[in-house]
Design a protein around this ligand. Sequence first.
Ligand SMILES: Cc1ncc(COP(=O)(O)O)c(C=O)c1O
Length: 454
Amino acid sequence: MVLSSPTLTGELRGPRIVTELPGPQAQRLLALSEEYEPQAMSDQVPMVWARGERVWLEDVDGNVFLDFTSGVLVVNAGHSHPRLVAAMREQADRVVNTYDFVNEWRPRLAQRLVEITPPNLSKAVILTTGAETTEAAIKLARKYTGRYEIIAFHGAFHGRTYGAMSLGGKRSSAGTKGFGPFLPGIVFAPFPYCYRCPFGQTPDNCRLHGTDYLDWLVETETEDNVAAVIVETYQGGSGSIMAPEGWFPKLEAWCRRRDILLIIDEVQASFGRTGKLFGFQHYGITPNILCLGKGISSSVPLAAIVGESRIMDSLTPGSLGSTHGGNALCSRVALENVNVIIEEGLSENAARVGGQMMARLQELQARHECIGDVRGLGLVFGIEIVTAKATRQPDAAMTHRIVEAAYRRGLLLIAPIGFYGNVLRLAPPLVITEAEAITGVDLLGEAISEATLA
Ligand SMILES: Cc1ncc(COP(=O)(O)O)c(C=O)c1O
């Protein structure tokens, strides 16, 4: 396994905080942002990014942070991976946008995606964003089946455009509230959020793991005209929620029995993030249509759907595509990135270092009353912050304080996520070493201690 790279400068090492936070340059840029940009984006700590190398990030004032965000689970191969930088440079010199014309790299990327996914998936469409892939998947499911209803899950997140947003299972969230009405024909089923089961069940006695509820849903809320089920491999935005053992195989069997397509949205869970190349490989299931994004390029905007030929071939000329989709630069970089992830064993590293991180995080949980739940797979974790372990009452204010205290120590975390805004999301680049991971967890421990005392 090759985890270090000869062409990285190695200059960036940290954490190293050398100014007040935010520093003077950052303050200027934050003021500019406030003046000229609506405050529409998620509420991140005021870190203004200037440079990244592997797992380290430098802000515009020279402060160095350990990155536990990977952007937003994008930079799986680490920041500025030299092979990706070289691919970008070389292609920028040749040609970038080629619209729908075939270029040297788009079909090669499609071929590679087909090679590395299950044998039933045999064609790929290269797009630009994750939301585009979930939109495309439901278009495809409707076109192929001639049916229109889609089953999605409570708490789901599939993107911010109208179709994708309509598949979102938390209508009260800032991303959807006030933007309705949404796409008709979508019905929602409960996702197994076992730490906060709305039915008061435990994984052992829960009948909703089975398909009883889905049958009931189809009977009561649909015209029995369901084209597809769309599901995340783990629910990202709702707080890194992992389904219990056995749930996914039952879901897959139910879809097969009913002749309903299974769309797996792996925009977040793929390319090594969970310790396997694809997250669904943990569950022994196979999608009919697979949505990919984020870590597919570790950098430039690119996303893709991979599907069965019988489904993909229902597309006719002009029915799917976009201005930037499959452009030569992004396709080349994504192809290089896929090869980097496989050749450098990054899924395996995520499984190994992720296991060590999990053990450390569980130690933290034992020490801190505010850590209600720690869940994770590979190198993605959700930590639920609560007022007390016994009550499990979400503590969003404390979660914010922890993110801020971590930032002041040089550990960068994404703003709190989760159904109740009380989940810390840890997702470092997959090139992280064990020592770096431990540094991060130690800093997190200090941040929790500080926030608890505040
Ligand atoms: C599971 C999932 N699907 C879709 C999306 C949307 O991707 P994008 O922001 O690239 O449109 C995301 C983004 O967070 C995601 O996590």
